[in-house]
Design a binder for this molecule. Structure first.
Ligand code: ADP
Ligand code: MG
Length: 228
């Protein structure tokens, strides 16, 4: 379980501080699929960065299975990201010199795992996101939606406890966004991992088990459930 307790993060902009997050309390259960929605500047990316151990709050506590991200050392946070976290970005961040299969395998290969087993798992994941026929293609040969589905497969290869995605359909047309959303819906249905997606897309939010709305750094009460 992930617990966010009275978390605040402020930035300086000129004279006055900006509260990117202000007293946020959340509990997210294992294998829950949660959408974080809210206007631009409401604090969605800040929240994901904190949960990803990429930034620390000014106040409050963040616990992952009771383990404090706030008191963790840089070394522990690196280990956390490497072993327990998957991240999907708006702009895919695939390596252009590798084919799709190699991109998906890379995180586990860097950990020195057996090549045959890694490839087997990567091929299974590519099939699950509907990309088995693209395994040997290079990144520039893919559509945006295919790139994002490859990035999702890559983010799942080491069986992360938590998958964070920041505006994963923000750069895609409707048809590609739909296919990416199907992949997330499938992950949620299978309960592969806890899934937290910051999104502007009503469709992505509609696929989630729960929707949390942020407004100027605070959780807008009550948390609305999805219309599905
Ligand atoms: P969202 O992802 O919902 O658009 P963000 O979390 O990116 O929102 O930003 C929340 C607020 O914090 C905004 O007012 C933004 O300008 C501010 N902010 C975010 N990151 C920084 C930063 N590195 N320096 C200064 N202000 C920041
Ligand atoms: Mg953002």
């Amino acid at each position: 379980m992930i617990e966010v307790r009275k978390v605040s993060r402020r930035y300086r902009q000129g004279e006055s501080p900006v509260w990117a997050l202000h007293g946020v309390d959340l509990r997210i259960q294992d294998r829950e699929f949660v959408a974080i929605v809210g206007e631009s500047g409401s604090g969605k990316s800040t929240l994901l960065h904190l949960l990803g151990g990429l930034d620390k709050p000014d106040e409050g506590e963040i616990l992952v299975d009771g383990w404090s991200l706030v008191s963790a050392t840089d070394r522990e946070l690196t280990q956390y990201r490497r072993t327990r976290l998957g991240i999907v970005f708006q702009f895919f961040n695939l390596l252009p010199t590798l084919n799709v299969l190699e991109n998906v395998c890379l995180p586990l290969q860097l950990q020195g795992q057996k090549e045959k087993e890694v490839r087997q798992r990567a091929l299974e994941l590519l099939e699950m996101v509907g990309l088995q026929h693209r395994a040997r293609h290079f990144v520039h040969q893919l559509s945006g939606g295919e790139m994002q589905r490859a990035a999702i497969a890559r983010a799942l290869i080491h069986r992360p406890k938590l998958l964070l995605a920041d505006e994963p359909t923000g750069n895609l047309d409707a048809e590609n966004a739909e296919r990416v959303m199907e992949a997330f819906r499938w992950i949620g249905e299978q309960g592969l991992t806890t899934l937290l997606i910051a999104t502007h897309s009503r469709a992505v939010a509609g696929a989630a088990h729960r929707v949390i709305r942020l407004a100027t750094g605070k959780v807008a009460a009550p948390e609305v459930s999805s219309e599905k």
